[in-house]
Design a protein around this ligand. Sequence first.
Ligand code: UD2
Ligand code: MN
Length: 650
Amino acid sequence: MLTSHLYWFLYRRRHKFLIFLIIIFCILFFFYGNDYKVSSETKKPLDQPKIISNKRKIRINRETYSTPEPCQGCPGENGQGVQLTAEESKNLDVVMKKEFFNLRASDKISLWRSLPDTRDQLCKSTEYPKDLPTASVVIVFKNERWSPVLRTVYSVLNRSPKHLLNEVILVDDQSDIEEMGQRLDDYCEEHFGDLVRILRAPTRLGLIKAKNYGAKNATGDVVVFLDAHCEANAGWLEPIVYRIQQKRTAILCPIIDAINSYALSYHGGFSNIVGIFTWSLHFSWSHMFSRIYNTRKSSVDPFPLEPLLLRIKEKRSAILCPGIDMISDQNMAYGGTGDGSVGGFWWSLHFNWVPIPGRIRNAKKSRIDPYPSPTMAGGLLAAHREYFFEIGGYDDDMEVWGGENLEISFRVWMCGGSLEFVPCSRVGHIFRPGHPYNMTGEKGKGDVHGRNSMRLAEVWMDDYKRFYYMHRHDLKGKDYGDVESRREIRKRLNCHSFKWYLDNVFPEKFILDENVHAYGEVRNPSSSLCLDTLGRDEKGSISLSIFSCQNGVSANQYFSLSKKDQLRREDTCAVALGQDSDTMTVSLSPCDYAGSNQKWVHEKRGSIVHYPSKLCLDVEGLSNNDQVKLRKCEPNKLSQKWLFEHYSTT
Ligand code: UD2
Ligand code: MN
């Protein structure tokens, strides 16, 4: 009787009942099916089920977590490098080739080693309000090793005020390393309790999507990203969250100190060290004493020659040392950052460090105030969590590695926020010359940086993307996926143009074909030889060379003759060094330091004259790969005639 009633009821109202079921389904989907958001409380972890052993009775949380005792007399304390014994160094090269840093040295160092406090004295005496936004620290990792990962975690737990650290979220991007599975889960649960959460990515996400994934699961007011081989230094968190409290739309970067990939020694900003001696009469470096630091008027840009000569002119009895920036003994990479730099970019859309522009330095009210930077390196940053997503998080169609740092930099500036470096927040990072994971994405034939950068150029750079394609002719017309949703962000937030960014945020950036007399290939028609960098790394000084003209397809042959009469590339200017025409050589040096020596005049009859010496660029007797010559100007000499690819009409 009852069942027939029920049947009748359902039968009569079957449409309504169906609609009811659909609504319930939608609600459930909304809460649980959203992206790849997982909550460790409500869903089964994506890896193997956890085995809870009996010994784990103590639940650790914010209140009960305590910093472990320092490891007295252990190697690597106070950020020192460690020496391996002959035995330990056996086949070290094999380890270095696989990990790209000295894992054996790292394994000898305590997971919670002490560090030299590399902050400015003023930072140490700054007091912050108690009531600040809380932070979730997101650390993504792929094939990272136990000791650097845990050292990163300990450095965060031990050097962040308890009430400000909401949680640490480790995102395992499908690592192939056994110990980073169950063993890591167990270790974290036992030692950190609910302060550390581990999320296992459902598929290989690549670092960009992995960061989105971690941030989506974070619950703090602020999300902080760190690489998995960092060491957060004293007082690193307060100045960051304090600044975000003041300015919700600021994206902040700590100053990145370098952890040497070989000896694992921790270096502070390179502009802040002085030489001392030990009583055994060995030389060593020390962090600059505040007595010296506080008397400096500005942090001097480290660059050889001109500043040194200038100083000697002022003070004959001074013996001067240029600031020695670190060249990693593994890869010769220039690691100098310190707080004398801001982030820039190459038109090839790689990140670089540039000296702090005078306008930024002069605008600082105090030397420890956060200051604006045009771009960031990418790994270490903090943002208000909601704001991070309001401006579009990271581009979820970027694969594996690269490009997202410039993308978020351009975006935050163009869409009304700011990007700032925080001098009082310092975090060390192991700069590695390679990656312990494969860099092949599924799209764009494995050139992940190329494709990711195409996406950013297409969405954010307007016509200026031409300079990217000048470097990457091969990518023209290639597929870069769908960017509509990214363009939507730009529309929704009513963002500025890239020209606005260049004019307002990075006016120092040289635009290769604006404000110039001429640009493009510089050809000597009689020989079909062109000026060329030969693809050398233009970070330092290189010689100005020649090579057969490539008809405008080689970025190495692109030069500009600026309205300031520089014969130049993006950052480097042609200068002539030497006494007379026999010994003079022409090289490309950073423009800021080239002085009057960098003035060139391109005359109507085609010669390019070095103004101070009145000598002419000449290719007589030269062939591919030779350095271009400076010789006495001779009118009508064919080897001294040059033609730029384009001449500006304005
Ligand atoms: C720099 C950034 C890095 C990122 C990258 C450009 C710093 C200090 N680091 O490269 O954060 O912005 O430029 O994209 O500025 N990882 C994954 N999945 C992957 C690949 C990497 O989770 O598929 C992890 C990796 O384990 C590490 C982090 O992402 O913890 C960054 O990778 P990296 O250290 O190899 O990148 P790095 O420092 O060369
Ligand atoms: Mn890294």
